[in-house]
Write a protein that binds this ligand. Structure first.
Ligand code: CP
Ligand code: NVA
Length: 327
């Protein structure tokens, strides 16, 4: 498998075999790291990490993964670069391509990272856009594989806002890798019709299904994985909280939902999560709307069925695989 020079912008651009290869490579790097076997085979390389939105997992994963591979990183935060304000994406891409061997970009519209890649002569990696979060899906699937021993045939249920980066990317990933994907939310939160049509076709080729269910208890029947994400994503206006809480509350992942799925089901979340009032936003919204949690209860988040921290660790191993395979 040769992915040298390839961008990693969305899973749509990758075949099931290529996605499977990246997950396997991540597992190999994880085993090496655990065994203390050095793998700094990329010494002398440099990568730029552009973040136009905040991050904990993605930034730390890129920095540690690069360091383990022997690669040097430069972090550019929204305030520390000229991007967009004084310099166009096309110019930035050509400048950074001359200095770096790879560029990570986290920002707003998918068209921005696509333009960056178009004008860049080195690989560009999508660290999250409004539409897609492809490195997250590799980590999620490595975690599912470790837990269940397979991806094909897994019943994957996504609760909540399925039309944003996580819902979109998970649906594409499931279609490509043969997991049965169900999204549960009010209809207005279902993904874009064109993307759904594409995914249904791909899923059929890979022996799986894409379904939508407005009844949360029906949706989780026979679920292996119950996944959710925040109800209000980065970059969305604070005013939408009230509407989201009102419309998505029936889809909160709680004990009743986990029990309806059964003991074998696991809980997953890309994180960060509003499962208690110990965050600034969680506290403010919780107090304003009289709640102690949002998309998932603290009880489920902290339960033995929750594998969210294994999932978070796998961000680093999978991002390492993406860098190593493409640079
Ligand atoms: N899951 C994820 O991308 O987390 P960060 O926003 O902290 O990078
Ligand atoms: N949907 C969330 C994902 C965070 C990893 C957001 O975009 O904020």
């Amino acid at each position: 498998m040769n992915l040298k020079g390839r961008d990693f912008l969305k899973l749509i651009d990758y075949t099931p075999e290529e996605i499977g290869y990246l997950i396997e490579l991540a597992a190999e790097y994880k085993a090496k790291k655990k065994a203390g076997i050095p793998h700094n085979d990329y010494q002398g390389k440099n990568i730029a990490l552009i973040f136009e939105k905040t991050s904990t997992r993605t930034r730390c994963s890129f920095e540690v993964a690069a360091h383990d591979l022997g690669i040097m990183t430069t972090y550019l935060d929204p305030a520390a670069s000229q991007i967009g304000r004084k310099e166009s994406i096309a110019d930035t891409a050509r400048v950074l391509s001359g200095i770096y061997d790879g560029i990570e970009y986290r920002g707003f519209g998918q068209e921005i990272v696509e333009e960056l890649a178009q004008y860049s002569s080195v690989p560009v990696w999508n660290g999250l856009t409004n539409e897609f979060h492809p490195t997250q899906i590799l980590a999620d699937f490595l975690t599912i594989k470790e837990h269940f021993g397979r991806l094909k045939g897994i019943n994957f249920v996504y609760m909540g806002d399925a039309r944003y980066n996580m819902g979109n990317s998970l649906m594409v990933g499931c279609a490509k890798m043969g997991l049965n994907f169900t999204a549960s939310a009010p209809e207005k939160y279902f993904p874009d019709t064109k993307l759904v049509e594409y995914c249904k076709k791909v899923a059929a080729e890979n022996g799986s299904t894409i379904t939508f269910e407005t009844d949360p208890l029906k949706a989780v029947k026979n679920a292996d994985v119950i996944y959710t994400d925040v109800w209000v994503s980065m970059g969305e206006p604070v005013e939408v909280w009230e509407e989201r809480i009102c419309e998505l509350s029936p889809y909160q992942v709680n004990k009743t939902l986990m029990e309806a799925a059964g003991e074998k089901a696991v809980f997953m979340h890309c994180l960060p999560a509003y499962h208690d009032l110990k965050t600034g936003v969680g506290k403010e919204m919780g107090e304003r709307f009289g709640r102690d949690s949002m998309e998932v209860t603290d009880e489920v988040f902290e339960s033995s069925q929750s594998i969210v921290f294994k999932e978070a660790e796998n961000r680093m191993h999978t991002i390492k695989a993406v860098i190593a395979a493409t640079i």
